[in-house]
Design a protein around this ligand. Sequence first.
Ligand code: ADP
Length: 605
Amino acid sequence: MLRRIVAENGYDHRWSYAVVIVCSLLVSGATAFSAWVMAPMVNQIFYERSSGAVWWICAGFMGAFLVRGFAGYGQAVMLATIGNNLVARYQKRCFDQLMKLGVNFFNDTRSGRLAAQLDENVGGIRDLLSLTLISITRDAVTLVGLVGLMIYQDPVLSLSSLLIGPPLIWAVVYITRRVRKINRESVLINSRLSGSVQEAVQGIAIVKAFTMEDELARRIGIMADTAEQRSNKIARVSERLSPISDMLAGLAVTAVIAYSGYRALYLGQPPGAVFSFITALILAYDPARRLARMQVTMERALVNARMIYELLDLEPKQGDAPDAVEAKITTGEVRFNNVTFGYSADMPVLRNLSFTAAAGKVTAIVGASGAGKSTLVALLQRFYDVDQGSIEVDGQDISKVTKRSLRQSIAYVSQAPYLFEGTIRDNIRYGRLSATDAEIEQAAKQAAADEFIRQQPQGYDTPVGENGVTLSGGQRQRVSIARAIVRQAPILLLDEATSALDNEAEARVQEALTHVMEGRTTIVIAHRLSTVVNADRIIVLEEGRLVEEGTHATLMADPHSIYARFHRIQGKKGLGLVDDVKASQTSAQTTASRSRAKKTVRRSA
Ligand code: ADP
């Protein structure tokens, strides 16, 4: 893992690493020097009582600490810079990768959790690198210097104190293994926790409306408790290293003092070398302990890094065919040829569906909820690949053209329009980045949005918050229609809002839509009677099959047609079309809800 991270990023940071290494060598040299100087200090000042030595020893000490201080500063700043740059790099890479992944990835992933996990994971990569870098450069180099000094001063004593190495390594290996599994669990539970918090905040209106506060608080509480337990367990296991290493270090120091004391007392050896040795030994303890610990701490960073690479290594599904060409779409005629498709292999949602949406005309799709209307629209944008059959636009099979060129010829207005962080102008411009301000305002006029936009505090430059909370449902819808107009695409996909709009707003949205439909091949998931009646062609879907097709007049001509039945109920009750369809299609509804129930079970499993 580490090798891969270094291979992918190391080269660009080579100069920074060089500075870090030079600084580390200086720190290490200064530390070793301050231990070494103990020998002449004890021997010349205290043993031989030489006054001249005081000066250069004091100067040496001072110098060593100055060098250590400045080199340590350089080292720390450089390491932080490298770490921050890595975080930024991995954030960008992850986002690019997310944008490449298909819609199916996001169906299976909870957005809040994903964001929280990425955040934690990217931090993990930084930790990983800075931990290794700090440990290897600073601690390992310092340790080498000090051990070198110890061997130089007293080879026999060094050997005895180095004996604690093997048991320490054994302890590290044991603890690392124990901590590995808990770490992964802990990262997952933490990201679930922050993801759930985020989702609760996003859905705050529903939370309050259904008085879900206590229940959500209870669930979050359980997760927080689990996270706490996991963290405690990690602390308990990884802190086992402290008593072990302290005990071993105590043994080493005791042995050294006992042996050197014996030599001083009975063999009359001058004390300088021993003092220097013990200073080096004590100074070496900290970096040695940190090095041993690094392995344990790094486990967590490694878990995070692995999770990042699991995401980065995901192959985006249904990518462009290797010989994909740019789609040449002018009129935008759409043709479904015997299309069969299911989200899972055993449950087809669309069955053998064939129809043509004529160029420049409005085709309305009508059917009970769960009949497959949204699926049809998703397939046309190639969010998924069909299982059988084909979809053609202007005679070109959409699986043989690049997705980008296909989607550039499509403007999509969804039922719940989404506004992105930024100004109203930005939000309209997402339709086509090259649109001029004049084009944007023209589109807003056509979408009956210009008037209310100008009434906003900063007009077109008014920022809209997350989900565009400052705008009403109808206003948001009109902004998204303006976005579709600006796109200047030959095909318009429209998922009509079922409700949420009052009569006046609805009339305005309708007016806006009439503009945008002009001269475009429009496929609309129709919920409003007016849209259906005025459509050039109506397609009635039932359980993913095309059951009736025609215009309002031809379909109404047969009083027994399903469409005529929808229409009669609609007239009587004055309900939305979808509700009527539901009412008259109990069997279809039962099937749909059964399949939904199955889906839920599968997800929660
Ligand atoms: P409609 O738009 O007509 O209400 P949909 O196309 O949304 O119908 O759904 C058709 C069927 O496909 C339903 O049974 C629904 O449960 C299922 N379905 C829709 N989206 C998904 C998905 N992302 N994963 C699995 N099943 C889905």
